[in-house]
Design a protein around this ligand. Sequence first.
Ligand SMILES: C[S@@+](CC[C@H](N)C(=O)[O-])C[C@H]1O[C@@H](n2cnc3c(N)ncnc32)[C@H](O)[C@@H]1O
Length: 202
Amino acid sequence: MKGFWDERYAEEGLAYGEEPNVFLTQVVDLINPEGKILVVGDGEGRNGVWLASEGFDVTSVDYSEVAVKKINELAKEHEVNINTICADLNNWDWPREVFDAVVTIYLHFPSESRAAMHGKMLDALKPGGKIIMEAFNKAQLDYPSGGPPVLDMLFSEEELKQDFSKLNIKEAYEKIVYLNEGKYHVGDGAVVRLIGEKKLPE
Ligand SMILES: C[S@@+](CC[C@H](N)C(=O)[O-])C[C@H]1O[C@@H](n2cnc3c(N)ncnc32)[C@H](O)[C@@H]1O
């Protein structure tokens, strides 16, 4: 899969555009101002760079070297600092209890690793930290607006509620939304969105 992303990002321009994900912009105020944010699978950095420009301390991780190079270029263009890490999240030495938020936008895993990956995101949060997620749900197979063409890699609201059951789930829902993100997410899309907060110790 990494080769697939390297090839996509070697194309001219930004595959998912330069504007941040709309849902992220709608809910960003939930994150502590100037907090530390981990952006997983940040691609070419549209979300990480935007968050850095909003004053957050951002770490972006992606396993595509081409993507990470483009994140650094975009950050330079916008004159913001961002910490980039090129790593496969399956093998990464995940930090624990460090971040005020983990932002995961269209980062899909097969069912065999999905719950474990989501568990690592949960562990990376400080108490009170937030998970902000948008991904494609299983109905996306009927829509030509992007995403993995494999049912096993698409997420349902129920799966996510299960994976993040240790969080206080603030919002979790499936919805059809119109996407206009670069050239690879265009048109109606079946998405699932989740916001969860890590519980404070009792
Ligand atoms: C659909 S793209 C979304 C990119 C970005 N989040 C956005 O919304 O513009 C999925 C990204 O996840 C990255 N990715 C997928 N699996 C990964 C893994 N195991 N470790 C690190 N990055 C991964 C890919 O390289 C790709 O950049």
